[in-house]
Each structure stands twice: as structure tokens, then as C-alpha cells.
Design a protein around this ligand. Sequence first.
Ligand code: SAM
Length: 467
Amino acid sequence: MSSEEFAPFLDERALWSSIDREAAPDAARIDDILVKARQGAGLDLDEAAALLAPLPEGRLEALYETALELKERVYGRRMVIFAPLYVSNLCGNNCAYCAFNARNKDLERKSLDPDEIAREVRLIENMGHKRVMAVYGDHPRWNAETIADSVSHIYSVKSPPSGEIRRVNVNCAPMKSEGFARLKQAGIGTYQCFQETYHRETYKAVHLGGKKKDYDWRLFALHRANLGGVDDVGLGVLFGLFDHRFEVLALLRHAKALEDAFGAGPHTISFPRIEPAQNSEISHNPPNVISDETFKRIIAVVRLALPYTGMIITTREGPVLKRDLLRLGISQLSAASRTSPGGYQSASANNPEAQQFWVGDERNLPEIIEALQADGYIPSFCTSCYRKGRTGDHFMGFARSAFIHTFCDPNALMTYYEYLLDYASADAKAKGIGYVRELAGKLPEAGRDKLLALLARIDAGERDILV
Ligand code: SAM
């Protein structure tokens, strides 16, 4: 099915009208919106626009409190952790903001062969990770068939006694729905594709060559993924290219279009913010600089608008801001990341000559986990939902009925417990086990007894118990 066969869903003028109508909301308007949002009812475009406008006194704090409350209610304390796995930086596109840009002759180009992939996977597994986001540049070497083969290969690499990747998500160039069907066959989790900017003029100005120039082909990529059977899809905007208010409203419109067409909105939304990239002038001087304060506002507004959608923050952001963003709505983060193919093996770690952009958080996985636990989160390596068939509209159904706690909290606690037994230092293990047992003790009686029985099975050597 070609992009022309899908109904258009983005009307730029309508987005600007919302922004203009809500340019100066008064306190009563914001209070009404927050009351509605607190119930988990989402936001319409005007309401989201109002929350992105300059706010009357005290209302920014109220917005943040509402986001925090909603996040805790829907997601509890769990924080899902993954590692990116850069498979190839070969790329035929010319995106002005990216170091993979075909015109960047200074980047060391690399496409991992099966042995190199296996080496990277083992290093990731030996840290304790259970899910990866495999990233591929846009190049004929990487088509549906070869990407699917590499996904199967990643799943096949095991590091005894318990190292394995249980969920491979993919970020690669859009393809036809038949290609997505092939990825589905290989067992991919989420297919992730960022529109970068929803503003057509800006899109045209920064995508200067290659297939990515075609705005509509990219806009409907996630529709085609759904048609191909990949019903877990991830959206994103590269913040910094255009007016963030327009981008957030467009993102919400895109989410709604997917929900209308397939009964399920996006599984995740990612929030990349432009980082300096090699030989990319625009990445060093983004046209719409997004301050930390604006970034926090974006996260809080999307959390209110889409209470049940996973929200991902990556390696790009530093530890201090990340802490605030986790409180306001983020539910997944990448940790101990390398953004170049072979980066986990390379002695020089994040080699600037090969990586896609500068990494803002250099902490290793134990450090990140320690900080998460200190802030009261449950580091989660859970991969249960998609393996138990809770994806797409099924997943949304479960999430919406707040059933999520029945699965997510026990799965988060169990996978963290596994991590502690298998990978943590003696000190972290002692503290972590005490923490897991303390949280388990606070569950209602039936859930607590069930979980304690499951933890005993893990103590006895069982792994990967799915609830
Ligand atoms: N070929 C795939 C595609 O077509 O989407 C992968 C592209 S790229 C490797 C993955 C994502 O990195 C992009 O979608 C973009 O949002 C992000 N990215 C590119 N340059 C960036 C920069 N300078 N700072 C932060 N993120 C960047």
C-alpha cells in the first residue's frame, strides 16, 4: 500500500489555529484542563496548546504536579531500561543535523558483520541488559531481509548462564508493509521511526538528499508497519529543528491518526533533542534551541495528553535534567549507551569520529541503577508484554483499564531481582534485594504472596518467568 492510500491527517493551519487561540490562557482555563488531565482523559489539541503557552502564576508548578501524579498512577515506580545497538552507520541520506549524513567524509563508516554483532550483543548482555534498540543507517546493505536476519541473530546470541536479549526493537529507514511483515516474522518488538520535524518546509530544508527527502513516505511509515503486522510502533520528533509547540501538536495528531486507523496509538514516543554532531553546522546551532525548561514542559504536556504511552529519553540527555524528566513522565531510558557501530567493543568508548552524536550521560549501568533506586524507582528489564501478546490494541486495552499494575510491577520487580542476582556487585546486590523485598512487602496480600513465591523460584535458579 502506498502513502497516497492513507487519509491525510495533518492540517498545518489547524495546528497554528490551536496555538493562536490558546496563546494566553487564563488561570481558570489551565485549572480546568488540569482537572480533566488528572483523570487520565488525555488532552485535545487546544488544551495541549494552552499548556504550551506562557502560563499564569503558579500554573507551571501545577502542570508539573499533575504530570507527576498521573505518571505515578499509570506507571508506578518502574523504569524500563534498554541499550541501543548501532549496527550500521552507512547512510545514503543527507540530513543536515546527522553525522551519518552521506556527505560527511570524516565519519568512520562501519557495518557490523555477524561476528561483530555477536561480540556487541555479548558485551550488552554481560552488563545485564535484556532489551536493545537496533539502529541502522539507510543503505541498500540493510533491507528488510538483512535487518530481519540480524534481528534473529541478535536473539540467538546467548551469554550463559542467563545473558540473552529478550526484545529487539528496531530503528531503521521506513519500508513497504511487506518489509515490515518480514521484520515481524523475525520477532521485532517496537518499530521506531521519527518524523524529525512535522513542518513540511523545515523538513524539506534539512533533508537534502536520499530517500528520506520524501516527507509522506516517512509520515505514513508507521501506518505501513501496522499493515505489515507490527502493531508496536514508536514516534518521535527531533526537537530543535522547528517550533516545539507545532511539533508537539503534530505528534499528538499523529498518535490520534494511528489510534483511529488501528485501534492503538503509538507504543512509545521518543524525545531526541539535537546534540552536536560531526560536520553538522545546524546541530551546533539549532534553529529553535530548546531550553531545559521548555524540554520539561514538552515532556509534561505529552504525559498529560497520552497518559498510557511509553515515553523514552535517551543517552543524549545528562543525568541532572534526566532526573527531572523521569519525574515528569518518562517511563523508559537507555543506559550505558554507545552510539557508533562496534562502540561497546571499542577501547575508546564513544569515539567522536564514529558516533552519531555526543552522548550526554557517561554513567555505567550500575551507576544509573543505583541512582534510580535511590530515587525510589524500580529498574525494570521486563520484556513480558509483547511476548505474552500484549501489544497494539490489546496492550492499549490492558493499559487503559489500569491492569498494567497487575503485570508491570511484578515483572519489574522480578527482572530487577534477576539482574541483582546475576550482575550486581555484592554491595549493590545486598541493598537491591532488601529494596525489592521491601516493595514486595507493600503489595496487597494476594499479590505479595504470589510475588514472594516467584522470587523464591528465581532464588532457586529459574529465569525469565513471565507474568
Ligand atoms: N535510518 C534510520 C531512519 O531513517 O530513521 C535511522 C536514523 S538515525 C540513525 C536515528 C535518529 O537519530 C534519527 O531519527 C534522529 O532523530 C536522531 N538524530 C540524528 N541526528 C541527531 C543529532 N545530531 N542529535 C540527536 N539526535 C539525532
